[in-house]
Design a protein around this ligand. Structure first.
Ligand SMILES: [Fe+2]
Length: 405
């Protein structure tokens, strides 16, 4: 359980809130899939940490990322015309290039170049990395980009979705670390655990949980034991402050995983990137992929609280557990949204299975504290590399789960 004050520190992500400053000054934030920003397409509005921006990819393939407001009088640059590699404001025709420099002020006639020269730069560095487009919103030097395990994978070795979730970012992140919900909320779908089916029936249904702090955050294990002296272990990784990885289905082998990245849009909304990767093969056909209608707007709840977000009670009567039969990730999103835009964690009643969620909150609070005390925060995520993988494994019942590497 958290105090109201601690909850506020974790969930307030706008303006000068400590968490907003930490993320802005310390970390690259992903905001789009690489394929989600097409060369020559209209500019897109991006909202992060309560700030409004516009991103565009010029015809040369370079990405510009600027404040949404035109530096002249504040008209939205999401309305701008894309001309080659630059955006022209529709109000007075000011032209801003991909580096954020105003290059033409046509209303000034002959003085255009001189005036343009004096308009302050309006631009944030962007990088294409790990299938995503990242932006650094801080004023200081950007850290190195984190070397995540799906870095450098190409083609069908990685598959990524983006969802816009109308709930605070921490609700999205916590779902990724809450292993106990899988057996209930997602029980209609083939589960990672149950894909061990035949052999896993002998394992007790209720796992024991363990967490270990690491350089980058924590490893958490769900351990299910059997009568015949074997334990089934699933290890997830938390990369403080906003990335989590869980084991991929067994068919993808040991060098694979799924990931969740929860990026705050503002206090009541976040972007959720969910993906799956394999360092040794292709993703191919997979039920969560087969459920996809739009990779850039993947889990998109319909309706509202008034109609329970379209929950299908008839499907439930036919045996579907949650009543959201269209998509696994939609089950998570509806659960998060139903808590309200910012859940009050002082009202939680936590149990043993929430140990990872509790530790995650503590780690982020500690990070905020260190940041506020002026300690350097290394957004390159030291300790994270392409060799850091979530794992599922069978070990002797008396063996230590920490021996799994
Ligand atoms: Fe889930």
């Amino acid at each position: 359980m958290l105090t109201k004050e601690q909850n506020e520190r974790l969930t307030s992500v706008e303006g000068e809130a400590p968490m907003a400053r930490l993320l802005r000054e310390g970390y690259w934030l992903p905001f789009s899939r690489i394929e989600g920003l097409a060369a020559g397409a209209p500019p897109v509005r991006v909202r992060l940490l309560g700030g409004d921006y516009v991103a565009f990819r010029g015809e040369d393939g370079r990405i510009g990322f600027i404040d949404e407001r035109c530096p002249h009088r504040g008209v939205s640059m999401a309305l701008a015309r894309l001309e080659g590699c630059a955006l022209r404001c529709i109000f007075h025709g000011w032209l801003v290039d991909g580096s954020g420099k105003v290059v033409e002020v046509p209303t000034e006639g002959d003085r255009s170049a001189t005036v343009a020269e004096r308009v302050p730069f309006n631009h944030y560095p962007v990088a294409e990395h790990c299938g995503l487009v990242w932006v650094f919103l801080g004023e200081g030097d950007a850290p190195a980009l984190p070397e995540l395990p799906w870095a450098g994978l190409e083609g069908d070795s990685v598959w990524i979705t983006r969802s816009v979730v109308p709930a605070n970012w921490l609700q999205g992140l916590e779902a990724a670390l809450d292993s106990a919900h899988v057996n209930f909320l997602h029980s209609a779908w083939p589960r990672n655990e149950s894909e061990m089916d035949e052999q896993s029936r002998r394992f007790i249904a209720v796992p024991r949980f363990a967490v270990d702090d690491t350089e980058y955050g924590m490893r958490t294990a769900a351990i299910r034991e059997s009568d015949d002296g074997v334990a089934l272990v699933r290890i997830s990784e938390f990369l403080t402050p906003f990335i989590a990885m869980t084991p991929a289905p067994l068919q993808y082998g040991e060098r694979s995983g799924t990931f969740f990245i929860a990026v705050p849009v503002d206090d009541g909304n976040h972007l959720l990137f969910w993906g799956i990767f394999s360092q040794t093969g292709e993703i191919g056909s997979f039920f969560m992929r087969d459920q996809c209608k739009d990779q850039d707007n993947y889990a998109n709840p319909s309706g509202s609280r008034d109609d329970n977000w379209g929950q299908d009670r008839e499907a439930m009567a036919r045996g579907h557990f949650s009543g959201f039969p269209d998509q696994l990730l939609l089950e998570d999103v509806v659960a998060q949204v139903s808590m309200g835009p910012v859940v009050d964690r002082s009202l939680d009643f936590l149990t043993h299975t929430d140990i990872a969620v509790q530790r995650c909150r503590q780690l982020i609070l500690k990070l905020i504290e260190r940041f506020e005390a002026g300690e350097a925060v290394d957004g390159s995520l030291p300790g994270v590399s392409t060799g850091l993988l979530p794992r599922g494994a069978l070990i002797p019942g008396d063996a230590d789960w920490r021996t799994i590497r």
